[in-house]
Ligand binder design. Structure first.
Ligand code: SF4
Length: 270
């Protein structure tokens, strides 16, 4: 059995064992060091090889945890709480954001989280079946590549067809990367042939005061990733995978990123 086929078999077993729990799934892959590819890995190695080395080979954590990271994680958990409640038949019960506030957030961070949660409650997806919340998956891409792993924030169904939603948070609305949704669409195509699939980004902007904003605090964007263009996405994945393989085999990483926008700059240049 080839290395990539064996990795797919192992990851499929972990997926079955984790019973749809994305945190358990990701945790086991990390602890057991089971090799795979992901959208984040590809974009990280594209951004800077040295960042890839720190993040995925040395597995260095950012210390202290950046506020934006803690806020983004808490917001994702709150949104997941909402949709899991709906999935379990509890209606669209509201949760208290206070329970998700951590000591890694300052007062401004708490305000941002409270406001983003309020905005979320005004823009929930209603009238859909909740197929999955934080849905982990693995897919084989081609014989020469490690399997691709991902976690889709929200999978909705209506009349048998799928709507996928990815939640983003940030100070502003940043441009999205179509590769991410192309990977998701490819996974859905493989797992549910013949079903249509639409993909959306729900983007929450951190704001201090919802009553005094000049531009919206929320943006919902439909992204069309044409699978007829899959060849181009595949080429990008292959190029990233070649760099990743070289680094995993001990190759020297180049420091080629835009350091001013990198959270690891303290480790590199501090
Ligand atoms: S600070 Fe610069 S060199 Fe260091 S990981 Fe980030 S982008 Fe790469």
């Amino acid at each position: 059995m080839g290395k990539n086929t064996e990795a797919y078999r192992q990851i499929s077993e972990v997926l079955a064992h984790s019973q749809g729990d994305a945190d358990v799934f990701v945790d086991i892959l990390r602890k057991e060091k089971i090799q795979h590819l992901s959208f984040s890995q590809i974009t990280t190695v594209e951004f800077c090889e040295y960042r890839y080395h720190l993040q995925y080979i040395e597995m260095r954590e950012l210390e202290p945890t950046p506020t934006y990271f803690a806020k983004g994680k808490a917001m994702h958990e709150l949104i997941a709480d909402t949709y899991r409640g709906m999935q379990n038949g509890n209606g669209n019960e509201a949760f208290s954001p206070n329970e998700r506030i951590s000591d890694k957030m300052d007062a401004e961070g708490e305000r941002h989280l409270m406001n983003a949660y309020r905005v979320h409650r005004e823009h929930m997806w209603m009238g859909y079946e909740i197929e999955a919340v934080e849905h982990p998956f693995v897919m084989e891409i081609e014989a020469g590549l490690l399997p691709m792993v991902g976690v889709i924030d929200l999978v909705l169904r209506q009349n048998g067809d799928f709507t996928l939603v990815d939640h983003k948070t940030g100070r502003d609305f940043y441009p999205y990367d179509v590769l991410q949704v192309a990977i998701y669409a490819k996974h859905i195509e493989g797992a549910h042939a013949g079903k249509s699939c639409r993909l959306f980004y729900d983007h929450y902007r951190w704001v201090n005061n919802l009553e005094r904003i000049r531009k919206p605090a929320f943006q919902r964007t439909e992204v069309n990733a044409e699978l007829s263009d899959w060849g181009e996405y595949l080429e990008r994945i292959r190029e990233g995978a070649v760099k990743i393989e070289r680094l995993r085999e001990g190759g020297t990483p180049t420091q080629n990123g835009k350091c001013f926008m990198c959270p690891y700059r303290g480790m590199c240049w501090g």
